[in-house]
Design a protein around this ligand. Structure first.
Ligand code: TXA
Ligand code: MG
Length: 322
């Protein structure tokens, strides 16, 4: 007897939906990074996410939906500040922290009273979300602590045996995880990400940025070492780094400038046109590329500390902190 095993990767939304309905795991594309999704209202399904990622239970999950109306059924309050930001930036790379109702299992929020919610901006995933009546819990689809996946191949390489299906939405447009915003006397950015602080401030006025809480991290996105490749990574002036590491094969990550041909180096220029969005889009793929290549160390320049350059520097610093 022959078995016709269904392909594990594709654009079959109906298949993705059926797997999620019975408590399975599906990797979903978003504009930021790929997510490892399960029915957020099904505790057993959510536990599978932690197991698949080897993720500690104190690290809470973001829930995803396609509409504010649906989200209102899962939170106690959708205050004015949240409405304002949601209207301006959803669907998009923004996550809001809102007080949760009891229907959201405690395992989602690691026991915290607030739940992180977002409407992602990806046509396939929005279509999937529209077809279900429960939210999808979805952390980035990578083993805990590693670089987030921005291509279906990244998910395949690390989690193909953990997921029932990978919804193939191509390469993620933004390439950095969502920016997380909550309210504590005023607006607070808890994680820098794909939506620039400057863009939030244009709509909502000044915000505080509180992304380092080292001794007692509220959540590991805030732990100093995270998003890290296996190879050592340094943030440095590239020309002088190459001189002092002339005996090593170095992988270079640069914004727009070429350092080509010097010593035994290989380079990834993220945006020859000097476009910071394009640089963000390619950052994680470049880190993965070097991690899998034969370079011995990776060096990146520091990016301009504004707009998405600030989030890029945040990720590089956490990746270098190992
Ligand atoms: O762009 C993204 O946000 C992607 C895509 C898949 O949507 N998801 C993502 O999830 O980056 P994850 O699990 O890798 O990061 C979730 C982070 C946690 O580490 C924590 O920092 C924060 O979101 N978080 C989630 N729930 C929270 C809560 N209740 N209170 C405070 N922080 C929370
Ligand atoms: Mg993550």
């Amino acid at each position: 007897m022959t078995h016709n095993k269904a392909p594990k990767i594709g654009i079959d939304i109906e298949n993705a939906k059926q797997i999620l309905q019975v408590g399975g795991l599906v990797a979903i594309p978003t504009e930021t990074v790929y997510g490892l999704a399960a029915n957020a209202l099904n505790e057993q399904a959510v536990l599978k996410i932690f197991e698949a990622k080897n993720r500690p239970y104190f690290d809470p999950l973001i829930i995803h939906s396609n509409s504010i109306e649906k989200i209102k059924a899962w939170v106690l309050d959708f205050p004015l500040w949240a409405q304002q930001l949601a209207q301006a930036f959803w669907p998009g790379p923004l996550t809001l922290l809102l007080p949760k109702k009891n229907t959201i299992p405690d395992v989602i929020t690691s026991g915290l009273p607030q739940v992180a919610v977002r409407i992602p901006n990806h046509a396939l995933t929005l279509q999937l979300l529209k077809s279900i009546d429960f939210p999808l819990a979805a952390p980035s689809a990578n083993p805990f602590g590693y670089i987030s996946p921005t291509q279906p191949q990244h998910v395949w390489a690390q989690l193909q045996h953990q997921v029932a299906y990978i919804l193939d939405g191509g390469v993620c447009e933004v390439g950095l995880e969502s920016t997380i915003v909550g309210f504590d006397e005023g607006l607070v950015v808890y994680r820098l990400g794909g939506l620039a602080v400057e863009d939030i401030e244009r709509v909502a006025g000044p915000v505080q940025v509180q992304t380092n809480n080292s001794s007692n991290p509220k959540a590991p996105g805030m732990i100093k070492s995270h998003y890290a490749p296996k190879k050592p990574l340094f943030i440095a002036d590239i020309a002088s780094f190459l001189k002092t590491h002339a005996d090593k094969k170095v992988g270079i990550i640069s914004f727009y400038q070429s350092y080509g041909g010097q010593y035994a180096s290989v380079e990834k220029i993220l945006s020859p046109k000097k476009n910071i969005k394009e640089a963000a889009h390619g950052l994680f793929a470049a880190l993965r590329y070097f991690d899998e290549s034969d370079v011995e160390v990776i060096v990146s320049e520091k990016f301009p500390d504004s707009f998405l350059g600030r989030a890029i520097n945040d990720r590089l610093q956490r990746a270098a902190a190992k």
